[in-house]
Ligand binder design. Structure first.
Ligand code: ZN
Length: 145
């Protein structure tokens, strides 16, 4: 299974096992996300000051792809602006759905292999959809269906 080996690269496995920024934040805007196809559940916390993202963290349970994606997302967003985050999400979404290439995507490129597995695209993008809901102060939980 070369494809699967490609998909579950070392970095994804590492972040899936030892997620970074895996913690709750009190009194911080957050949103809940759920991917019923896989059972992934996540809460994303994002603290902003004006347009700048000061801290992003998450908690939840899910498959290695969803956990690794959330973990790598929190690292990628450190010090970015909200506009940067929205732009990065668009590029990431294009990458994993094969509509875009891997320019200006940084280490998120490790998820490029996900495009071969449509069900896994929802795992990989759940954290990002949930982040956007948190930034928008959305009340309703995010679901990938
Ligand atoms: Zn999943």
């Amino acid at each position: 299974m070369n494809e699967l080996r490609e998909l579950y690269q070392e970095m994804i496995l590492d972040h899936g096992k030892r997620p970074r920024n895996f913690r709750a934040q009190e009194n911080t805007p957050s949103a809940d996300g759920h991917n019923p196809l896989c059972g992934d559940r996540i809460t994303v916390y994002v603290r902003t000051a004006g347009n700048r993202i000061e801290d992003v963290s998450f908690q939840g349970s899910g498959c290695a792809i969803s956990t690794a994606s959330a973990s790598i997302m929190t690292e990628a967003l450190r010090g970015k602006t909200v506009d940067d985050a929205q732009a990065l999400f668009r590029r990431f979404h294009a990458l994993v759905t094969a509509e875009g290439d891997d320019t200006e995507i940084g280490k998120l490129v490790v998820f490029k292999g996900v495009r071969a597995f449509p069900m896994r695209v929802k795992c990989a993008t759940l954290a990002w959809h949930t982040l956007r809901a948190a930034l928008d102060h959305a009340e309703a939980p995010v679901t990938t269906e």
